[in-house]
Design a protein around this ligand. Structure first.
Ligand SMILES: [Ca+2]
Length: 181
C-alpha cells in the first residue's frame, strides 16, 4: 500500500520508476531494464525512515523521538505546510537507521516546526553514511529544506544529526517524507 500511495503523490522520475517496479513486480523489471540505467532497475521499494525502517538508536535534547507526529500532535508543520510522514527530534540529537546496504538513494526534507514561532538561532543538520558526511546545512524557521538525492549505495547505517549551535531554544527538528530506495 505504501507503494500505491507514493505512486500517486511523488513526481520524481527515479522514484516513480522504483515505485512502478514495486507495484508491478517482475513485469516492471523488464520495462525498467529498457527505460533506465541498470542501477535504477535494481532499486528497492521506497521505504519511510521511522515507520518502515525503525530507528536503531537515538538521543534527543528534550522530549522524545517520535514518528509521524511531533511533540504536540499528528504530523508536522513547517513553513505553513503540513506533512503527515516523518520523524521528530529536538536538538541536540543523533538518530541512526540500519540500512544494511539495501538502498541506493535518500530523499527527504527537513525543517523546524512552526509551533513555537520564529525563535532561537536554528540548527545545523548533518547526514552521515557510515561516518562519512553526506550533507550539511543550517536551518531555521521557514520552508523545509530539501537536500539533493543522496547517494547511499552500500551504506550500513544512516545517521541524522541536529546540532543546536549552542542554543537549543525551539530546535524542534522534523525530517519529512524521508525515504530510502
Ligand atoms: Ca539552536
Amino acid at each position: 500500500m505504501i507503494c500505491r500511495s507514493l505512486y500517486a503523490s511523488l513526481a520524481h522520475s527515479k522514484i516513480m520508476i522504483a515505485v512502478r517496479e514495486c507495484l508491478l513486480g517482475g513485469f516492471a523489471i523488464a520495462v525498467v531494464a529498457v527505460a533506465a540505467p541498470a542501477s535504477i532497475a535494481t532499486a528497492s521499494c521506497p521505504k519511510y525512515l521511522g515507520s518502515d525502517i525503525a530507528v536503531q538508536s537515538v538521543s534527543v535534547g528534550s522530549g522524545n523521538f517520535s514518528v509521524d507526529r511531533n511533540w504536540y500532535g499528528p504530523g508536522f508543520h513547517i513553513g505553513g505546510v503540513y506533512y503527515s510522514k516523518g520523524f521528530y527530534v529536538h536538538a541536540p540529537s543523533v538518530a541512526s537507521f540500519p540500512l544494511n546496504g539495501a538502498f541506493s538513494q535518500f530523499t527527504g526534507c527537513v525543517g523546524q516546526d512552526d509551533g513555537d514561532g520564529d525563535c532561537g538561532n536554528g540548527s545545523r543538520i548533518r547526514v552521515y553514511g557510515d561516518g562519512r558526511l553526506l550533507w550539511e546545512r543550517d536551518i531555521g524557521n521557514g520552508p523545509a529544506v530539501c537536500p539533493p538525492h543522496l547517494n547511499i549505495a552500500g551504506v550500513q547505517t544512516l545517521v541524522f544529526e541536529a546540532d543546536p549551535k549552542g542554543d537549543k531554544t525551539c530546535d524542534e527538528v522534523e525530517w519529512v517524507n524521508a525515504l530510502v530506495f
